[in-house]
Design a protein around this ligand. Structure first.
Ligand code: ACO
Length: 429
């Protein structure tokens, strides 16, 4: 893409120079903040297709080349060599931790995994079949009421909130899974590996203890890393905009969880698995389903396909597919659906409709299959996404607070309603 070296805008015959702000890599930005004052014009960009709302040094994506880097480190290297909590530290603090710093974070998070009895009562107040994303959003907001020392904007308060959010989100999600199955809640041990402990509290039978399979632990840890951040996506932008009002971090992340629940965002992992099941139940061949998607008549989309930024294979999707292959081979479960998904992908990738629109599998296409093979029920898929995304939301909230350019998020609009009219009393309408 050609780099813009100079930008001028002519409005009503007057030429204005627009400043260009430089990125270290990727798209530079055209500064338009003074446009309204200088010209009376707002910029119109539904869906923020072309609008950068902030500077950020956390995550870099090149959607054409299929590149994703956290703090400069390629996702493939982190997926292979890092752990979720180490990646969380990297995203939040900007550098890989020393061994001491990592151990300190791990210990602190593991020590805080227990949740207050009030939170347990809160979780128990919802219907057992309530969607866990709704309860999770409420529970994260409710956490703020139990930890008033972590609501402020000082480094210490933010660090405490970071630990509490990482620790308690895992336990809340594990508890939601147990509740849905009518099982009693198990106390965390306050030690041991974070992912192990999450699986133990989520899956241990009422009597006896789950021995976590190392392949599954590694697979889940990797899935969490792959979801840990994705720059200014819908939920992260939500966290930033709520946080820009100086609402506390729990309120901001609770709102982000609401945004993540939608089927066009994090909810796509559950929607993709449902789609595979529906294809099987309908008796349609994969080709017939793809034809329906292309026809658009029934409004069907190929869930887990397409992305606002990636116009090539989502690098996270490629990693998930590799792990799914390995885990499904080991567990021997859901292979029929996996084969169908691979066939769908192959057909779509060689079809003009998908090629023309640059639609490739995204991270959600294979994750549901993998979670399902690991034993997670479908409604838990998006909460797992939320658990993975937690470090990203925290990192963006903290970056936003520390950025001197942050202003309260408040877009403009193009008003298209009635101009002005006189009120008509009820008896004259
Ligand atoms: N299946 C079929 N057609 C699609 C799909 C799809 N999954 N995605 C996009 N298209 C088509 C659209 O119909 C449109 O076609 P047109 O040009 O003929 O009108 C074109 O591709 C562009 O699509 P938009 O919706 O304009 O693209 P946008 O960037 O707004 O949307 C999104 C991106 C929401 C991810 C979209 O691709 C989608 O709905 N995908 C399915 C849901 C999904 O998997 N979401 C998860 C995203 S990843 C994440 O959030 C973690």
């Amino acid at each position: 893409m050609a780099q813009v070296v100079d930008a001028r805008l002519i409005v009503d015959g007057t030429t204005r120079e627009l400043p260009i702000e430089r990125a270290t890599i990727g798209n530079d930005g055209l500064g338009i903040s003074t446009l309204l004052r200088d010209t009376g014009l707002v910029t119109m960009d539904p869906g923020f297709m072309n609008t950068a709302a902030c500077e950020s040094a956390i995550t870099y994506i090149d959607g054409d080349a299929g590149i994703l880097r956290y703090r400069g480190y390629p996702i493939e290297q982190l997926a292979e060599q890092s752990t979720f909590l180490e990646t969380a530290y990297l995203l939040i603090h900007g550098e890989l931790p020393s061994e001491d710093l990592l151990t300190a974070l791990e210990n602190r998070v593991e020590r805080h995994m227990h949740v207050h009895d009030g939170i347990k009562a809160f979780l128990n107040a919802f219907p057992r079949d309530a969607h866990p994303m709704a309860v999770l959003s409420g529970a994260i907001s409710a956490l703020s009421t139990f930890y008033p020392d972590s609501l402020g904007t000082s480094e210490d308060e933010l660090e405490l909130a970071t630990v509490l959010l990482l620790a308690k989100t895992a336990t809340v999600i594990a508890y939601l899974q147990r509740r849905a199955k009518g099982e009693d809640l198990i106390e965390p041990r306050r030690e041991g590996n974070y992912v192990d402990e999450f699986m133990r509290i989520g899956f241990s039978p009422a009597s006896g203890e789950l021995h976590v399979d190392p392949t599954l632990r590694k697979a889940l840890d990797l899935l969490l890393i792959l979801h840990a951040d994705h720059e200014q996506n819908c939920s992260t932008s939500t966290v930033r905009i709520v946080g820009s009002s100086q609402a506390n971090i729990y309120a901001a992340i609770s709102a982000g969880i609401g945004a993540l629940s939608g089927p066009l965002h994090g909810g796509a992992n559950e929607a993709a698995l449902k789609m595979f099941d529906q294809i099987k139940e309908s008796g349609d061949t994969v080709e017939q389903f793809v034809a329906k998607v292309k026809d658009k008549a029934e409004g069907a989309r190929l869930m887990g396909f397409g992305h606002r930024v990636y116009k090539s294979y989502d690098p996270r999707g490629a990693q998930v597919k590799k792990v799914a292959d390995k885990v499904l081979q080991q567990l021997g479960g859901n292979n029929e659906t996996f084969e169908m998904a691979k066939q769908l992908e192959e057909i779509a990738l060689s079809d003009e409709y998908f090629i023309e629109r640059k639609l490739y599998p995204n991270v959600d296409f294979y994750t549901g299959l993998l979670y399902s093979a690991m034993g997670f029920p479908a409604p838990m898929f998006t909460p797992l996404f939320a658990l993975g995304r937690m470090p990203g939301w925290i990192a963006h909230y903290r970056e936003m607070l520390n950025d001197p350019r942050t202003k309260i998020g408040r877009p403009r609009q193009l008003y298209t309603g009635q101009t002005e009219r006189a009120y008509v009393p009820l008896d004259q309408r």
